[in-house]
Design a binder for this molecule. Structure first.
Ligand code: 5GP
Length: 126
């Protein structure tokens, strides 16, 4: 099976309400909360509620409604935090880590929204 979801991962526990979170937004299919170890003044994690491992899994198997909701929530948080360049914000970065080379720590799909300072080079040189 190409996508083997571990339901004991920390975000699965947060989604089941077993571990608290600092909620930013919740909709039918999506939840967003502040990262426990922020790497920038704004560091929000956006997760689908469904059991998807990573970006490619989510976009291959999620419903259109889940994907649309996830995309809209991500955009709404960017707007709410005042980060959108088109609305006078100073910009942001959206990151989705996957697998070994992506150094994904938690195997439940999530995007990082980072902002509030200059974020430097996209990828450090090897
Ligand atoms: P990844 O490397 O999987 O893309 O990133 C996982 C992120 O989850 C890290 O930035 C880490 O700080 C965050 N994280 C890990 N455990 C928890 C937790 O229990 N609560 C919250 N809010 N964030 C967590």
């Amino acid at each position: 099976m190409p996508y083997d979801y571990d339901d004991q991962n920390i975000f699965a526990k947060i989604l089941r309400g077993e571990i608290p979170n600092d909620m930013v937004m919740e909709t039918e299919h999506t939840i967003a909360f502040n990262d426990i170890g922020p790497k920038a003044p704004i560091h929000v994690l956006v997760l689908p509620k469904g059991s998807y491992v990573n970006h490619d899994h989510f976009h291959a198997e999620a419903t259109d409604a889940e994907i649309l909701d996830f995309a809209r929530v991500t955009a709404r948080i960017i707007a709410d935090k005042g980060l959108a360049p088109g609305s006078g914000g100073d910009g942001y970065r959206v990151i989705g880590n996957a697998g070994i080379d992506g150094l994904q720590e938690v195997p439940h799909y999530h995007l990082h929204i980072l902002g509030g300072r200059n974020l430097g080079a996209m990828v450090p040189s090897a």
